[in-house]
Design a protein around this ligand. Structure first.
Ligand code: SF4
Ligand code: ZN
Length: 313
């Protein structure tokens, strides 16, 4: 039995990358101090903020909501709300929404739910089917990611938010880093910094990745210890179709064999984000169809809608 490196009681978790173990109490203290350090280091929040937490009903976003709810009680100038995008993935998102509603109500957090169906006239399941019928080669995660990012940005602005929090953790970030590298998408790397959307375009709300420096496993433990872990764990039926799945397995294997790999990748990423500052400087304009930020004449969502035949350009 491993002992807590702080108090000697029975440990519930050992962080192999730093050679220390923690009991329940000291795990939670350690978790809190590290997230606070990330918040300070990257200047996530100011004294007065309307923080909109992007939630999905999964363990990471419920943990982000829970963590910031507790922190916001100590900061009088903060307002906290939650925003959930229902993509319309049957047997998955409907279950996660139940978990979200339970936690939001327990915490007494105001929230808004928007859906792909409401905004595009179709659920993600339907978009995937239409795309297949039209012979498009996109994976479900492409529609999902592009439309969700767009809706989160637009709705958080409508809600009067000053900063949008996503629950991306260390694992998510380094997986995307490797994915971008394997696809030759070096231009996308600056988006993997801890803070994005600042000064790049007035149409973008500031976005921060709350668990940027926390491994996924530790966010899971936080959720379990605080009784906010989803009651029914279901995996998105599309997840295994994405190359991210393979990268995830690869990185977990590397971390197992060489503890600290994920942090080493994060350090490389941060250095690259810094070095690439100002290198890819194209300023997005405004989509001529919907008025949201776009790198060309039309934004990616309006382009996808046109390809799917649900919008005429
Ligand atoms: Fe969307 Fe893909 Fe995540 Fe499923 S796995 S919720 S389709 S991004
Ligand atoms: Zn548009």
């Amino acid at each position: 039995m491993a002992e807590c490196s702080v108090c000697g009681r029975e440990a519930i978790y050992c962080a192999r990358y730093e050679g220390r173990c923690y009991c329940e109490e000291h795990f939670l203290r350690w978790f809190d101090s590290r997230v606070r350090k990330t918040i300070r280091k990257f200047r996530f929040f100011g004294k007065r903020e309307h923080i909109v937490v992007a939630v999905s009903g999964g363990k990471d976003s419920l943990s982000a909501l829970h963590y910031l709810h507790n922190l916001s009680k100590k900061v009088p100038g903060w307002k906290l709300t939650a925003l959930l995008v229902d993509e319309g993935i049957s047997g998955y998102r409907d279950i996660a929404i139940r978990d979200f509603l339970r936690v939001a109500e327990e915490l007494g957090v105001e929230y808004r739910i928007i859906s792909f169906r409401e905004e595009l006239g179709h659920s993600l399941d339907e978009l995937v089917r239409i795309g297949e019928e039209r012979g498009l080669s996109y994976r479900p995660c492409t529609y999902c990611g592009v439309v969700r990012r767009y809706l989160l940005n637009r709705t958080a602005k409508e809600m009067g938010g000053t900063v949008l929090v996503t629950a991306h953790n260390l694992d998510d970030v380094v997986q995307t880093f490797l994915l971008d590298l394997t696809r030759g998408e070096v231009k996308k790397i600056p988006r993997l910094g801890p803070v994005t959307g600042v000064r790049s375009h007035e149409g973008f709300i500031k976005r921060v990745k709350l668990f940027y420096e926390v491994p996924e496993k530790e966010v899971t433990i936080y959720a379990l210890l605080n009784d906010i872990y989803p009651r029914t764990y279901v995996e998105c039926p599309y997840a295994r179709l994405s190359p991210r799945w393979k990268i995830r397995e690869f990185l977990n294997g590397m971390e197992e064999m060489y503890p600290g790999t994920k942090y080493a990748l994060l350090r490389s990423l941060l250095r690259l984000v810094e070095d690439l500052k100002g290198v890819y400087t194209e300023k997005p304009g405004m989509c001529r169809v919907c008025g949201e930020p776009a790198s060309g004449e039309v934004c990616r969502v309006c382009e996808l809608k046109a390809e799917l035949g649900i919008l005429k350009l």
